[in-house]
Design a binder for this molecule. Structure first.
Ligand SMILES: Nc1ncnc2c1ncn2[C@@H]1O[C@H](COP(=O)(O)OP(=O)(O)OP(=O)(O)O)[C@@H](O)[C@H]1O
Ligand SMILES: [Mg+2]
Length: 406
């Protein structure tokens, strides 16, 4: 019998194989021919020594097992951090991630290893953005006491020789998307519906006509990740208790995502794998502007007045270096409450300086600015923005649009 190849060409093979392995309660990587990092991370999470759904790992020596060993499989399963970060320009070792962040330093470490030179800036920014969103989701939504596992791989061998790809995966054995979402959205009745909704803009932002978003999340994380896959001829595989979703634009930009609900084997937790051909990434600023436009087109109302001003602030403005709190949503929210909002209430000027921030997620900006922008509008006190890269400006325009648009 042919051994399965656990690659993103056919992620269903991975789930089918995993279903057999789970029934047995033990796993041997010698049963498979090739396993890409997304599959190895998925197995490692389930094999964690202290895990509830624990798989026993059998000794194995062939290709896939050797690769798993090289990227720190045994260490991560045993609860240790890998002794080295990985191989520059090639693989990032399996790494456990736990807690509620901040995620920016972990994401930065991973992209620095995968993109050691400054060439390919666009894909580097894009991957960093994806990593921050996925890591944050584990911390905020998975409820997995063991946290998640992350790894990434650059592949320019075999079928990828003419078009090298980078693949990242973040996986947990937590409650899954359906369970996480349905309390907030009782109208969602199935895991498949939950996955589709999770990929839509503003799913957790309470963004319905007449409302305008909640405190902590914008509900835009997975929307951005899936739009990145679409925009770069990439792939997004999402498997989460009861449903799977697979978007594969590497073949044709017309390919429709495949969604399964209940019938196919699924993953006991949430596994998100993202892959893209580095050469297809193009302009990061262009992609961000495009996604901003897509998100804005779905908003109930457009705003005309701008309370975020992209112009020189008055000299008395309080100058705030935003990078200090980069991607730390809790710090951003606290800063908004303790500094920005009181200052606006006193009708005093604020200058937000975005220097040194090339990647900036909606969740972070939401935590920092959602309430402040609404206050700025109510009090008619503009906030000034300086040194924002075009991609960051696009994100800022989006926050203002939905904060004032409901
Ligand atoms: N690892 C996960 N485990 C369980 N549920 C998840 C996981 N990742 C995402 N979800 C669910 O999918 C929803 C959508 O995720 P998404 O990242 O798009 O938005 P968000 O996290 O709510 O907001 P934002 O990312 O803008 O802060 C989440 O609200 C959550 O219910
Ligand atoms: Mg999120």
């Amino acid at each position: 019998m042919n051994k399965p190849r656990l690659t993103l060409d056919d992620p269903a093979s991975f789930l089918a194989w995993l279903a057999g392995v789970r029934k047995r309660g033990s796993v041997s990587l010698d049963e498979v021919d090739v396993a890409q990092v997304f599959a190895i991370a998925g197995v490692a999470a389930l094999a964690r020594l202290e895990g509830k759904e624990r798989l026993l790992v059998e000794e194995a020596t062939q290709n896939a097992a050797r690769f798993a060993h090289a990227i720190g499989f045994e260490e991560v399963v045993g609860g240790e951090q890998p002794s080295a970060p990985g191989e520059a320009d090639r693989t990032v070792k399996l790494t456990r991630v736990k807690g509620r962040g901040p995620w920016e330093p972990t994401a930065e470490k991973i992209v620095s290893l995968l993109f050691p030179s400054s060439t390919g800036d666009a894909s580097r920014h894009l991957f960093k953005h994806v990593l921050v969103e996925l890591l944050r989701n584990v911390g905020q939504h998975s409820n997995d006491p063991l946290g998640g596992i992350v790894t990434a791989q650059r592949n320019d061998a075999g079928p990828y020789v003419h078009s090298p790809v980078v693949q990242v995966v973040v996986v947990d054995n937590g409650i899954g998307v359906f369970e996480a979402l349905r309390h907030m959205r009782p109208s969602i009745k199935t895991p498949a519906e939950a996955l589709v909704r999770a990929l839509e803009p503003h799913v957790s932002g309470a963004f319905e006509e007449g409302q305008s978003g909640s405190g902590e999340n914008a509900g835009l994380g997975l929307f951005f990740v899936s739009e990145f896959a679409k925009e770069t001829d990439g792939r997004l595989f999402l498997a989460s208790r009861g449903a799977t979703y697979f978007l594969d634009r590497s073949q044709s930009s017309e390919t429709q995502p495949v969604l399964t609900n209940g019938v196919a084997p699924d993953y006991p937790g949430t596994l998100v794998a993202f892959e893209t051909a580095i050469a297809h990434v193009g302009s990061f600023d262009g992609i961000m502007a495009h996604i901003r436009d897509l998100a804005m087109a779905r908003m109930p109302k457009r705003i005309t007045q701008n309370w975020l001003r992209f112009e020189a602030p008055p000299p008395e403005a309080l100058h705030i270096l935003v990078a200090v709190a980069s991607e730390d949503t809790a710090a951003a929210q606290a800063y908004s409450m303790n500094v920005l909002q009181p200052r606006l209430l006193e009708r005093r000027s604020i200058a937000l300086d975005f220097r040194n921030m090339r990647v900036c997620t909606q969740s972070f900006l939401h935590a920092l600015l959602h309430q402040a922008v609404r206050l700025a509008w109510a009090l008619k006190v503009p906030m000034f923005v300086v040194n924002a890269a075009p991609a960051v400006r696009a994100q800022l325009e989006l926050v203002e649009a939905y904060s004032l648009g409901g």
